[in-house]
Ligand binder design. Structure first.
Ligand SMILES: NC(=O)c1ccc[n+]([C@@H]2O[C@H](COP(=O)([O-])OP(=O)(O)OC[C@H]3O[C@@H](n4cnc5c(N)ncnc54)[C@H](O)[C@@H]3O)[C@@H](O)[C@H]2O)c1
Ligand SMILES: O=C[C@H](O)CS(=O)(=O)O
Length: 487
């Protein structure tokens, strides 16, 4: 097994974690965790279901009372200790992530630090939950607003950022005083289980953070969205699943936070710094082998610089070294599954069938891993699936536009609204276009826009709520108005 590459092999956990105990499935079932670079089974994890989810919810509910009695500073200290432990185990966590998700080690190390930054940030924010005293209509009363934890949080997360998508939810939930029942993606449970092991080592009380790995996501999700003790559902994943969870949550009027699908356009105007635009679009496209929700999904380039942009972008794409993420020589890993490769291949074939052309890549190398050579496609049109669908893979469709108005129309022609980017030296254009783009986040001459200090989230069918920043706690707090009469 791969544990021998770790300094602390006890971080590899294969049971669920409920109420401070490592538990096997009531059914005795296990599911395989596969290394996408080799197709090999690297672990067998307990396949938990409704029975265990129910137990986790009850434990989470009971645990909140004692956590609520701790001061903000005491909560902060536990979160800070958790942050310190994640960072001191960064290398092991990165290796666990690479073998189960595939991303190259350098990216995995970066994600561990990025995920840890949310714990650090909310360790501090836990001391900044403020209320309010409001003016009144009479002099014999006082109006007070206090903030209280919303309650037990059900969380469901994706495989593409196996640590950061979890800490971006669990850290603010704990900071706000909420307990959590998490169902991680079945493709990447080991990262989630290592995280909760470190939370336990940090002194987080039992029941405050529970992890329910399981293959039957719909049944676990149904429990989390319908149980009356769960007051909040927070989800990161596809818009398709987000809609299911929102509908299920409506039956008990749960509050939801949804971080859903994306279809990010990159607008490159002819007055842009071309090198900066190529580099920015390239980084946004190929991070995590193109498997991020804010990846450059459509690259829109003004006609006068189109050919030169395509040439320079292609030149960079041809430099990737595909390989297993543990190898320092690799600069791009595999996709998450064989199905993901087939999905990306189908999108490329559709574009080529309708008249587009490849300038590089677009092939499936021989071997057991789920690799796809980074593809650059030119001369596309709006009839092609790549103009509408989220690629979630290393394929860069480069579209041409003539005018600013046409670029904005193309960019907004999608049900998604997560992130968008534009490159221009014209300051008035940067404001004009940023305000016209129907997206929750806009990068101007920059595509590395994510951090724990910004409000991450989308509009339209990319979701609701924000994660991170000074706004991030609000999703886990309820506001209570107290009217003090007879003053
Ligand atoms: N907005 C963001 O911050 C963000 C971040 C990462 C990924 N995503 C999006 O996620 C998608 C890719 O991730 P994915 O393939 O893991 O998404 P997915 O929606 O297939 O799965 C996400 C999670 O939901 C679970 N799930 C699936 N069906 C479910 C159901 N019926 N009920 C309950 N849970 C269910 C999965 O097991 C997984 O844990 C892309 O669309 C990407 O844009 C968005
Ligand atoms: O895939 C979605 C992630 O939220 C992207 S980022 O790592 O937060 O930029």
């Amino acid at each position: 097994m791969f544990e021998q590459i770790l300094s602390d092999s006890s971080l590899v956990k294969t049971h669920g974690y409920i109420n401070g105990e490592w538990v096997v499935s009531a059914s005795g079932n296990l599911f395989d965790v596969v290394n996408p670079a080799t197709g090999e089974i690297i672990a067998k994890v307990a396949d938990l279901g409704v029975v265990e989810t129910q137990k986790a919810i009850v434990a989470a509910h009971k645990a909140m009372a004692s956590w609520a009695k701790r001061t903000a500073k005491e909560k902060s200290a536990v979160l800070r200790k958790w942050f310190d432990l994640v960072m001191s185990n960064q290398e092991d966590l990165a290796k666990i992530m690479t073998v189960e998700q595939g991303k190259v080690l350098a990216e995995a190390r970066g994600e561990v630090a990025y995920g840890a930054s949310y714990i650090e940030w909310f360790a501090e924010e836990s001391k900044r939950i403020y209320g309010d005293i409001l003016p009144n209509t009479t002099t014999d009363r006082r109006s007070v607003v206090i903030k209280q934890p919303i309650g037990v949080v059900g969380a469901i997360t994706p495989w593409n950022f196996p640590i950061a998508m979890i800490t971006r939810k669990v850290a603010p939930a704990l900071a706000a005083g909420c307990s959590v029942v998490l169902k991680p993606a079945a493709e990447t449970p080991l990262s989630a289980l290592a995280l909760v092991e470190l939370a336990e080592r940090a002194g987080l009380p039992k029941g405050m953070f529970n992890v329910v790995p399981g293959l039957d996501a719909p049944q676990i999700g149904e429990r989390l969205t319908s149980h009356p003790l769960v007051k909040k559902v927070t989800f990161t994943g596809s818009t398709r699943v987000g809609k299911i969870l929102m509908a299920q949550s409506a039956q008990t009027v749960k509050r939801t936070s949804m971080e859903l699908g994306g279809n990010a356009p990159v607008l490159v105007f002819d007055d842009a710094d071309l090198d900066k635009a190529v580099q920015g679009a390239f980084a946004a496209k190929f991070r995590n082998a193109g498997q991020t929700c804010i990846c450059a999904n459509r690259i829109l380039v003004q006609s006068s610089i189109y050919d030169e942009f395509v040439r320079r972008f292609t030149e960079k794409a041809e430099q990737f070294v595909l390989g297993e993420g543990l190898s320092e020589a690799s600069t791009m890993g595999p996709l998450i599954t064989r199905n993901a490769v087939e999905g990306v291949s189908t999108l490329v074939a559709d574009a080529l069938d309708k008249g587009a052309s490849l300038t590089t890549g677009g092939t499936q190398p021989a071997g057991e891993g789920y690799f796809f050579t980074p593809a650059v496609i030119r001369d596309l049109n709006q009839s092609m699936r790549l103009s509408k669908e989220e690629v979630f893979g290393p394929v860069a469709p480069i579209f041409k536009f003539e005018t600013e108005e046409e670029a904005i129309e193309m960019a907004n022609d999608t049900e998604f609204g997560l992130a968008a980017y534009l490159f221009t030296k014209d300051q008035s254009r940067s404001w004009r276009v940023s305000e016209a783009l129907e997206y929750g986040m806009v990068g101007v001459n920059e595509t590395a826009i994510s951090s724990e200090m910004i409000p991450f989230g989308g509009v339209k069918e990319s979701g609701q709520g924000r994660e991170g920043s000074k706004y991030g706690l609000e999703d886990y707090l309820e506001m209570k108005y107290i009217c003090l009469g007879d003053i």
